[in-house]
Design a protein around this ligand. Sequence first.
Ligand code: ZN
Ligand code: ZN
Length: 260
Amino acid sequence: MRVTILGSGSEGNALLLESRTTSVLVDAGLSYRKLVQRFDAIGRGVPRELSAIVVTHVHGDHAAHASTYATRFGCVVRAASETLGNLQLRASVAREAFSVGRALRIGDIMMRSRRIPHDAPQVALTFETKDASLGLVTDLGHVPKGLERFLSDCETLLLESNHDPEMLATGPYPATLKRRVGGRLGHLSNADAGDLLARLDHAPREVVLMHLSETNNAPHLARCSADAALGHRGTRVHVAHARKPLELGAVRQEQLQLGL
Ligand SMILES: [Zn+2]
Ligand SMILES: [Zn+2]
C-alpha cells in the first residue's frame, strides 16, 4: 500500500492510500488548492479516480472540504454514522455511513474502525490489503483500554504525538485551550504516544508521528519519545509535517514494479 500524507496537524489533514486497485483519501481538511499544491510538490497530480473519501470526525481540520473533494473527485463520502449526520455536505454529495466496529470493504482494502476518546465522535482506523496493513490513530485525548490490540497487526502505524506537556503548560495558549488540548478528550501527548508504542506486542515496521502541534511540540521531542519507547526494535520513525507532504511505501512499490 502506498501512503501519501498531504498534511497533518491543526492546519488541515489529508492522506491518500493507494493499493493495487483502490485509492482512498482519508480526511478532507486541506483546501482543494492546497491539496493540488501538495501533490505538485512531490511531482504528481491529484488522483484521477477515488473509491471513497473517508472522514474520521467532524472537526474542520479533518472535514471542512469534504464537499469540495467529493464534487471534484465525483466519489462518495464515508464516515461513521454518528459523524456523517453532522458533516456539512452539499445535497448533491453521495454519502454512506459505516458502523463503528464492523469491517468495511472498499475495493481491495478492508477498513476496520474503533471509537477513541475525543471531544467529537472519533475513530481509529486500520486499512488492510493482502500484503500490507496500516493503522491511523489521531485526535484522541488518551489511549483507551484495548487500543493496542486493535493495532496489533499494523506494519505501519500513523500515530498522534501532539504535544509536549511542559511546552503546552508554559506556552501561549489560553488556559481553557490548554485544558482542552491536554484533557482526556483532547490530543495525545508525546509521552502517551510512547506508552502506546511500548505496549504493542509487535513493533510496527514504520511509525509516523502525526498531528504535531506547531506551538506546543518540536519534532525532535516527539521523535525522542517514540525512539525511547520503541527501544531497539528496528522500527523506522518518521515525523509528518503540517505543510509538507510525506510519502511512504513509494520505494517499495517502485522496486516491485522493476522486479527488484
Ligand atoms: Zn485534528
Ligand atoms: Zn479533532
